[in-house]
Design a protein. Structure first.
Length: 356
């Protein structure tokens, strides 16, 4: 088959737009020869368990799944009885971007809390952490946080520990959506374990797709007492891959060495370059009317543009509105974003804002 897309087209809509990292692609090819036992009894999935143990410590178990929604839905479902509810930020992916899957597929009630920066705090959690024993209220039994958040912000390890302690003291468990956990680790300059297991996280959705994989995430059970029935729930929720070796091989390729960290550091650095380029343009007057709505802490830049500018920019560079009513947009950088991509985009922002 010949290439049917234009490989020169670049964008800032999502880190899902990027291709597969060549080392991951090589790992898929290397896993392809011969036969391996299906449904996770293969050598690559066994190796993944060892790799995850190296990052998170003894006693953890990784369950590879197809995608992030599957990881969140199955992971949360394993943490809750039928009457349980999850406290999450209103901006959380499980609330905004998963098509109602937690409610419709897993039967989970979401108790959402508005935040200014995508981050929960103990005080914000307490807005919904009540009503235990009340048969008329879904029981809040899990808190779910995202690292890095949907607004590109980061929890520190201390902030996560405070949330974990607060939740555990009230009989709740802590779940982390780690779709961009590698970007968080790179930005915090911490090992993965430092702000997950050591900080009190019980179950983690570990993301690979946004950091160079073709597809595939993993539910990582950090506290075996916090999850139940995952071996059955994964199949029940259509997240059990028959040829699991190809999902596991990608995660092994990312995590066995430092590829996960190299990719994430690069994406974060490109986001910083983009923000700094716009800030420089604002200072010298070549860019006009742009402001930033969130700090740039990982690989996303959130900005507010003059009216009409976003649509004109999208004629050359794809990206998404975040809040169209206030002209807020999101620009995401990937492992394969180049300095030339950033510089061309900054030049386009200068051109269109000057015209506006």
């Amino acid at each position: 088959m010949t290439t049917i897309h234009d490989p020169n087209v670049r964008g800032f809509a999502s880190d899902n737009y990027s291709g597969i990292h060549p080392e991951v692609l090589s790992a898929i090819a290397a896993a392809n020869d011969g036969h391996q036992v299906a449904y996770g009894e293969d050598d690559y999935t066994a190796r993944l368990q060892q790799v995850m143990t190296g990052h998170f410590g003894d006693g953890v178990t990784a369950f590879p799944v197809f995608n992030g929604t599957g990881a969140n839905v199955v992971g949360l479902q394993s943490m809750l009885p039928r009457w349980g509810a999850v406290i999450a930020a209103a901006s959380a992916h499980i609330n905004v971007d998963e098509g109602g899957a937690p409610e419709r597929v897993a039967g989970i009630k979401l108790l959402t809390v508005p935040t200014t920066d995508g981050k929960l705090t103990p005080d914000l959690i307490d807005r919904e952490a009540w009503g235990w024993g009340d048969e008329h209220r879904a029981q809040p039994l899990v808190v779910s946080i995202t690292q890095s958040t949907e607004l590109g912000t980061l929890y520190t390890a201390d902030e996560i520990r405070a949330i974990a302690d607060h939740a555990h003291a009230r009989g709740m468990r802590l779940h982390m959506d780690g779709a961009r956990i590698s970007n968080a680790a790179a930005a915090l300059d911490l090992p993965l374990r430092a702000f997950t297991r050591d900080a009190g996280v019980d179950v983690l959705s570990f993301g690979g797709t946004k950091n160079g994989a073709m597809l595939g995430e993993a539910i990582v059970v950090l506290d075996p007492a916090a999850a139940d029935g995952l071996v059955f729930l994964r199949k029940l929720n259509m997240q059990l891959s028959s040829k699991m070796r190809f999902v596991s091989a990608q995660l092994v390729a990312l995590l066995e060495g430092d590829l996960w960290l190299r990719n994430a550091r690069h994406a974060n650095a490109m986001a910083q370059r983009l923000r700094q380029g716009v800030e420089s343009g604002l200072q010298d007057g070549s860019i006009r009317g742009v402001s930033f709505s969130q700090p740039t802490q990982a690989n996303g830049v959130f900005a507010v543009l003059p009216a009409g500018v976003a649509d004109r920019l999208r004629e050359s560079f794809r990206f998404y509105d975040w809040d169209a009513a206030r002209n807020e947009v999101r620009w995401m950088c990937s492992f394969d974003t180049t300095e030339a991509d950033i510089d061309a985009f900054v030049a386009a922002i200068a051109r269109e804002t000057s015209a506006a």
